[in-house]
Design a protein around this ligand. Structure first.
Ligand code: HEM
Ligand code: SF4
Length: 556
């Protein structure tokens, strides 16, 4: 009985029969954001309203217009005093040097020299003020960049493998499909009023480093019967109600890809069931309700033809593409550059852009908040590595510098209840010192609230900021620890097995778990170790406490 409850919470269990779809009148009555989208057009905000909006003091701008700015990648910084986060979309993370230089210069001029590389291959700036926005957007456009749909109820950045076109083992180069999809969907008025945010990923990386399992719609590159195309998964996503994507069971050729992506969005955006409540609006809930088979039928009905069948392939093993490797173009190499918690400065971005331009290479942002430099001629490898070191990037640092991720959180995000990037920096220092080389590619994912922007559900250990019942060492900041989650061949939603660990005791809790795994393991992954142990044993390792696990400590 209890098992079944847990199962339903994480997307399993029996499917409930669907009730009638609400009328638009009911939707508009219940959902204020749907009303706003209906009353004030979004796709003309930049052309018709921005010049006037940017002349006003932010306090004189109605909150609803601040909300509408999200559709152009703006989110109020914390505290809300008129400075904004600006999210620049980089499809599949691919950044030619000119675009990277543009971002670096904008960061230096308007963003206090700060920038962060995100878990969806975007770059985020902070401290942006509205009076400067028109000139910033002009500069971004000139640099071949956009923020359209950076946030808001529309198609967010399209992610992919950062090594498209250069990875020696890729099925085929799908960069043109990513570019075509980005050109078609970003800012397209037809897809600017979706029920909520929408996440595509397109890649041909056999490692599935783009994590198709946690995207709304994923195109997984395959060669099928001699043709280049994609298997598809739908309905993945994390946030507060995590789901692993489900197999749509189809093969679409690269020529059909956009048509099928559109049909899926058309189906979702026209079903008013996903307009009534923001909490239930994501595509993953439509997949829960109908199941992938029925959605396939709906898509086929829209297209007016049957799709070919093909089960989605599994990942051959997750990788973050760090290290130095030869490309499919013989004699050229890609170099992975770890960026601890994704924080860079404008000077570094400009320096890297200048360096990469010398050999006509590119910079590719990864989902682990790092970047990869491509197109490095063999003869220049040592020199390039040395120069990157001079810019402040430690190429040969501890693997944790690359694998650990932490969300925007403190001090910029209004949702965060704990430190995030700064906490992770402290943990990295501690773990590196304590475990050294014994701890390799360990995935530590830390978020400052349940929204899961840094994927705490799928880390080897996920940390989610929360509040302790009482003050410990002068603060109530605390973290829930999520275990048994994973990506790639180990894909699974983790469970919050250890609750409310006071922030000062987190290093100790990690040491307890990691130490036991390293001491006991017989070639098992951390996830296998966490599955082998009982909930009770894991809690004891993390907290040193024995006794029955409290009700709080199991997912309810
Ligand atoms: C309703 C509020 C929010 C929810 C439910 C939410 C949820 C999520 C989720 C689930 C992801 C993971 C995406 C993936 O990798 O597949 C994500 C990404 C991200 N979120 Fe949030 N988030 C929210 C608000 C915010 C805010 C306020 C900020 C920052 C101020 C933020 C910053 C980020 C960043 C930097 C990423 C990386 C992806 C990107 O660049 O698009 N999020 N968010
Ligand atoms: S996880 Fe929460 S605290 Fe962190 S960036 Fe997302 S919304 Fe902000």
């Amino acid at each position: 009985m209890a098992e079944n409850t847990v199962d339903r919470k994480y997307g399993g269990g029996e499917r409930k029969p669907l009730g009638p779809a609400p009328t638009w009148e009911q939707v508009l009555q219940r959902n204020s954001i749907e009303r706003l989208k209906r009353e004030k057009p979004l796709h003309t905000l930049l052309s018709d309203e921005l010049d006037e909006l940017s002349t006003r003091h932010y306090l004189e701008i109605p909150e609803e217009d601040i909300v509408r700015l999200k559709w152009y990648g703006l989110y109020h910084d914390k505290p809300k005093v008129g400075t904004f986060m600006l999210r620049i979309k980089i499809p599949a993370g691919l950044l030619p040097p000119e675009s990277l230089r543009t971002i670096g210069e904008i960061s230096n001029t308007y963003g206090e020299g700060y920038a962060e590389l995100s878990t969806r291959q975007n770059v985020q700036l902070h401290f942006i003020t509205l009076p400067k926005l028109p000139e910033i957007l002009d500069k971004l456009t000139a640099g071949g960049l956009t923020t359209a749909g950076g946030c808001g109820d529309t198609t967010r950045n399209i992610t992919g493998c950062p090594l498209e076109g250069v990875l020696a083992t890729e099925a085929f180069d799908c960069t043109p499909v990513v570019e075509e999809a980005a050109t078609f969907f970003f800012g397209n008025p037809e897809y600017f009023d979706l029920p909520r945010k929408q996440k595509f990923t397109i890649s041909t990386c056999p490692h599935q480093c783009d994590m198709p399992e946690i995207n709304c719609v994923s195109l997984i590159g395959v060669i099928h019967e001699g043709r280049e195309g994609f298997a598809m998964k739908i309905g993945g996503g994390l946030s507060t109600v995590p789901r692993m994507a489900r197999d749509l069971g189809v093969f679409v050729t690269r020529e059909e890809a956009i048509e099928v992506m559109r049909a899926l969005l058309d189906e979702w955006k026209s079903d008013t069931r996903y307009r009534l409540s923001r909490v239930k609006a994501r595509m993953k809930f439509m997949v829960d309700d109908y199941g992938p088979e029925a959605i396939r039928e709906k898509v086929e009905a829209r297209l007016g033809r049957k799709l070919e069948s093909l089960p989605a392939p599994a990942s051959i093993g997750f990788t973050d593409h760090m290290g130095v490797h030869e490309q499919k173009q013989r004699g050229f190499f890609h170099i992975g550059v770890p960026v601890p918690v994704g924080i860079v400065n404008g000077r570094q971005l400009v320096e890297v852009a200048d360096l990469v331009q010398e050999f006509d290479g590119d910079v590719r942002l990864t989902k682990q908040q790092n970047f990869v430099i491509t197109g490095v001629p063999e003869a220049r490898l040592d020199e390039v590595k040395e120069r990157l070191g001079g810019f402040g990037f430690d190429i040969d640092g501890h693997p944790l510098h690359a694998t650990a991720i932490a969300c925007t959180g403190e001090p910029h995000c209004n949702f965060s209840v704990t430190e995030t990037k700064t906490k992770m920096q402290e943990l990295l220092e501690h773990l590196e010192q304590k475990w050294g080389d014994r701890l390799g590619n360990f995935k530590l994912n830390l978020d400052g609230c349940p929204h899961a922007c840094s994927l705490h559900w799928v880390g080897d250990i996920g940390l989610m900021g929360t509040t302790a019942r009482e003050t410990v060492d002068g603060t109530r900041q605390a973290y829930d620890l999520f275990l048994r989650g994973g990506v790639g061949p180990e894909q699974a939603v983790g469970r919050p097995l250890v609750r409310r660990v006071p922030t000062s005791r987190v290093p100790q809790a990690l040491d307890g778990l990691i130490g036991a795994w390293l001491d006991e393991r017989m070639d098992e992954t951390f996830r296998d170790f966490a599955i082998r142990k009982t909930d009770e044993e894991l809690k004891e390792l993390a907290t040193g406490q024995t006794g029955t696990i409290s009700k709080e400590g199991v997912p309810a």
